[in-house]
Design a protein around this ligand. Sequence first.
Ligand SMILES: *[C@@H]1O[C@H](CO)[C@@H](O)[C@H](O)[C@H]1NC(C)=O
Ligand SMILES: *[C@@H]1O[C@H](CO)[C@@H](O)[C@H](O)[C@H]1NC(C)=O
Ligand SMILES: *[C@@H]1O[C@H](CO)[C@@H](O)[C@H](O)[C@H]1NC(C)=O
Length: 467
Amino acid sequence: MGAGRTAAVLAALGVLSVCEASGSRPVAEGEAGGAVEWAEPWDGAVFRPPSALGAVGVARGPGTPRPGSGEAVDLPVLLWWSPGLFPHFPGDSERIECARGACVASRDRRVRGDSRTRALLFYGTDFRASEAPLPRLAHQSWALLHEESPLNNFLLSHSPGIRLFNLTATFSRHSDYPLPLQWLPGTAYLRRAAPPLPERADWRRRGYAPLLYLQSHCDVPADRDRYVRELMRYIPVDSYGKCLKNRELPTPRLQDTATATTEDPELLAFLSRYKFHLALENAICDDYMTEKLWRPMHLGAVPVYRGSPSVRDWVPNNHSIILIDDFESPQKLAEFIDFLDKNDEEYMKYLAYKQPGGITNQFLLDSLKQREWGVNDPLLPNYLNGFECFVCDHELARLDAEKAYAASPGDIPVLEPHIAQPSHMDCPVPTPGFGSVEDIPENDSRSLILAINHCICLRFLWPFRER
Ligand SMILES: *[C@@H]1O[C@H](CO)[C@@H](O)[C@H](O)[C@H]1NC(C)=O
Ligand SMILES: *[C@@H]1O[C@H](CO)[C@@H](O)[C@H](O)[C@H]1NC(C)=O
Ligand SMILES: *[C@@H]1O[C@H](CO)[C@@H](O)[C@H](O)[C@H]1NC(C)=O
């Protein structure tokens, strides 16, 4: 199909105008204000240094030794291309010590052309193809940190987008530096005792619904609000966030999202009054799981979950969450929740993993044990510094391999390029949360429609851009 004809077909579908209007961030408007919002992971500031740090510190060239840090002249340099993510303070460069040796981490873009600058590090949410440092230098690896969902950058869920990079740290288990458990501090977090059932029964008698919904980021491509709205027709749901709100949090302090964060103990105590929490991710990608999955378990509630299609691989045992997609309709799901709500013995089976030996998923246990970074763990690096060292070690190994090859080219094979794969960001085109696309009223689920169009549009346009 020629480019002209494709354009005509797309125009007929009304797709081209959407592409142009939406740029590379089709659904970002919802977050424009950047307001703190308890229900969304990327506002949690798990590792992001406050932006004020960016302005502080004395500029220091990467070759300049830091006091007490020894000579840094010949060390490989890792350049953080994304502003604001540089995980060191103060200054613009820092010697880092990793398993294989040392590197210099820098955010001074002037070193970009230096032969010692071996890797450029990008943050996925900020990455714009049009702002990429081109031409690309043959001796440099590109490393991508993108732990968020594609909601924040659809470009990277497309094969040519992800394949721009050599190394990745994403939510996917297939990534070079995998972060699927980025929201799970550890098994103790899951094992925390649940509130006694009579206490919950008491709240139910006082008019609480069996189900909680706490969501303030409305109208996302995963189309969760339409599903929940339909579910509400068959079972009571108490909704406290901006989306489908039908109740107020009990105190003004909790209502104010600027003072009560997701981890606020008073908020958590309140949420734990509910037996079931609706837990729907903002995008559906393999291995993309957030605190929406783990927090209800921590609080002793049963997550009613839609998100990573492979979530079963990660949960503590085979009877610990309710998967929305196991039910043919919101009505059937409502009937099942109602059954569990009235049947304590069946309900408690969902919390059996809290008993000694109850976490039987060996894959989960092994994955937690093997990861080298921690979640708010003072004894372990966070994954930002962890990934930086991973890249440093990779580059030191690559340098050694290059040297070995240069010394005896006949005996040693040429180093194969290492290129990121689409499986590192596996997010299919979004589908309606409920019903079919044709049935969605025009004034509803705008971001789902935009996302679908945007995906179709990237798919069509990439081949032509590549040439
Ligand atoms: C779930 O685990 C239990 C106990 O390990 C086992 O008996 C049961 O067969 C498993 N069920 C499924 C569906 O895997
Ligand atoms: C990095 O990836 C690009 C493709 O995006 C590839 O051309 C290049 O050879 C790779 N470099 C290394 C060092 O693997
Ligand atoms: C869409 O419009 C219909 C008819 O005006 C209205 O009843 C419905 O509430 C609207 N839906 C949304 C999601 O705004």
